[in-house]
Design a protein around this ligand. Sequence first.
Ligand SMILES: Cc1cc2nc3c(=O)[nH]c(=O)nc-3n(C[C@H](O)[C@H](O)[C@H](O)COP(=O)(O)OP(=O)(O)OC[C@H]3O[C@@H](n4cnc5c(N)ncnc54)[C@H](O)[C@@H]3O)c2cc1C
Length: 475
Amino acid sequence: MEFDVAVIGCGVSGAAIARRLSMYSIKIAILEKAADVSFGTSKANSGIIHGGFHHNKKYLKARLEIQGNMMFDQLKRELKFPFRRCGIIVAALHNDDLKILEHLYIQGLENDCLGIELCSHQRILELEPKLSSDVVGGLFAPAGGIIEPYLFVFALLESALKNGAELFTNFKVNDANRTDNDFWNIDAKDGRNIKARYVINAAGLFADEVSKIFDAEEYTITARKGEYYLLDRLTKACPSRVVFPVPNPVSKGMLVIPTVEGTVLVGPTADAVESKEDFSTTTKHLEQILVSGKELIPFLSHNDVIANFAGLRPCLDDDFYIEASAKAPAFVQVAGIQSPGLTASPAIAEYVKHILLEMGLQLTEKPGWDPYVDDRPFVRELSLEELDNHISKDSAWGNIICRCENVSEAEIIQAVKLGHFTLDGIKYFTRAQMGRCQGGFCTYKIIKIIMRETGLSWDEVTKHGGSSNVLKDML
Ligand SMILES: Cc1cc2nc3c(=O)[nH]c(=O)nc-3n(C[C@H](O)[C@H](O)[C@H](O)COP(=O)(O)OP(=O)(O)OC[C@H]3O[C@@H](n4cnc5c(N)ncnc54)[C@H](O)[C@@H]3O)c2cc1C
């Protein structure tokens, strides 16, 4: 159990770093406290690959955002996750907002944001006809795009594992000390232990606690909540591009976002919360979301809402904190990764690789490193002939478990075999339970498949690990 590098946390930052390092002949351990990966901030966000105009280039996050954005086309070819460069629009509804638009435009030019355009009322409506006719002008950033964030993390991880990295789930880093031969001795809460020469702290909201465990810098991460409404794919309010309002000093504002799977997200709010576990949503905030969303796209209707959820931003200062620790040896901080962390993640990985090189880690390219993951069929993307072909080889392809999202038994088995055997893990991997009925019809069928494929008993199946058991003996 001796590794060259231990990456603590498997959100998008940890997964991207592990995958980047898997190119080299080193041993990598990924330590994740949850039952599956991408269960932290990386699962609940807007899924936008930002266009590179929201932040001044004096910030590291602005530079990594542009670099990360540019890396997504190649990553999509290698990792086969859904990604669409649909472009981003910022819509101004008042003449006073035009000054802010101009500022964003100049900032975008300074950041080398490709193809950015300042638009008139007519031009912006041409680019997005669903916008309110009250729009007075806008900004268009064609390089912006959308992804399913958890599928991106799953793909990064799959690639890292294929190239030799090892994942330890339910591994909550609880204690650490230095050994005589310059290794970190890392203990999990459940008593497991690994040793690593270098440690990357990519623990998101809990990076401050992990830093303390390693006697590194002291800082405090606070949580800022973002609540969302998810709209059914049948909504008339689905724009063809991501639509932002003009930003305010605290956040980028409440947006209307087409998802790569055809549904629509509206949100997020931005409210400081005490608890890093507070994912509650409130009627007041959700109403606020619809009112703001309707100002941009009047077609938005409460009738199209199928779910609501919240994500927590890990707030530190104004910028990412990515540095070798000045206090703890062989320890790298990857903290305060708020937006645009998803966009920047491949560039964060590149940046961390350089920090490790400067710290003295030897990185020799691994012969036979394979950048590609396997092509994976999904029923919703197959033609009838292709589906018939799959069913003739395995009848599980014909057994549709989730009718809303058209997910077959074969896809759920595939998810379980890849290590996703909580209800949420299966939901994020396959989309089963994500449609209009939100699992009302398929959850019990999925539980039966999990039990059959894993040997778990009915009371051991969980929603997202830990004590989130779904069925309880009431007798
Ligand atoms: C509302 C909202 C909207 C956003 N929208 C966008 C967007 O559209 N585009 C964009 O680019 N960015 C966006 N972001 C930002 C983006 O989601 C984050 O920057 C990114 O997900 C951070 O990833 P991470 O891996 O650093 O953290 P996380 O995803 O939180 O991962 C940290 C991991 O560490 C694990 N962990 C914690 N403590 C321990 C421990 N002691 N031991 C082991 N494991 C531990 C956690 O379980 C977790 O899995 C948004 C964020 C929010 C909240």
